[in-house]
Design a protein around this ligand. Structure first.
Ligand SMILES: [Zn+2]
Length: 204
């Protein structure tokens, strides 16, 4: 038996349930509880019976994190998830969860294989990513810049990183940029063909 999310691949006309079957911390649900000393219990039901439950401790939200208590392979685990504040253009700010893997902001993080991360890092959006390679490349670029390059510009080597490693990371980054550029060129080319082709069957 595979773990959560290790199931079969779904055809394009089927709804892929992976995101739904993974336990989730949803900030939209959690927001009213932030700062409270009361643990928030989250239960997941399958076929009308309790399938999984975990607890969220929102009491340290002012300190910039929440703690999630959950079980993985029979062991009790706790993982802290950082909160960030994003200023709103009308004033005030909105809280977000920081994905521990890619350091991007999300409203929902998922549990898979004993770790909490965003749906991209857990590869939960397989079908939409396959259908939308542009987003896949953009996410990969963000992830490399935030995590591997630690936010430094690509041409500045992070402190104490070996040159060889830095070059390998930048090569990986460049490959995603180039693939992204090729997609843009293809859209442009295809659209020009579609709109300006002389073929009669392309006329309206
Ligand atoms: Zn992530």
């Amino acid at each position: 038996m595979g773990g959560i999310g290790s199931g079969r691949r779904y055809k394009s006309n089927e709804r892929r349930p992976d995101v739904e079957i993974c336990p989730a911390v949803d900030l939209r649900v959690l927001k009213p509880h932030l700062g409270s000393d009361v643990l928030v219990e989250q239960k997941i039901y399958r076929n009308n019976s309790l399938n999984y439950k975990f607890l969220i401790d929102p009491s340290d939200a002012k300190e910039g994190f929440i703690a999630v208590h959950f079980r993985h392979q029979g062991n009790h685990q706790t993982q802290q998830i950082s909160l960030t504040e994003m200023p709103c253009h009308l004033g005030g700010s909105r809280p977000f969860l920081l994905c521990p893997e890619c350091r991007e902001q999300f409203l929902v993080l998922y549990l898979k294989d004993g770790a909490w991360a965003c749906k991209h890092c857990h590869d939960l959006a397989y079908r939409s990513q396959r259908l939308n390679p542009r987003k896949r490349h953009l996410h990969a670029i963000q992830k490399i810049e935030n995590k591997k390059l630690k936010g430094a510009p690509p041409d500045e080597k992070p402190y104490r990183m070996k040159s060889k490693k830095h070059l390998a990371i930048v090569e990986e980054l460049a490959a995603h940029h180039i693939a992204h550029l090729k997609l843009a060129q293809k859209w442009h080319h295809d659209l020009k063909n579609k709109y300006f082709s002389k073929k009669p069957d392309n006329k309206i």
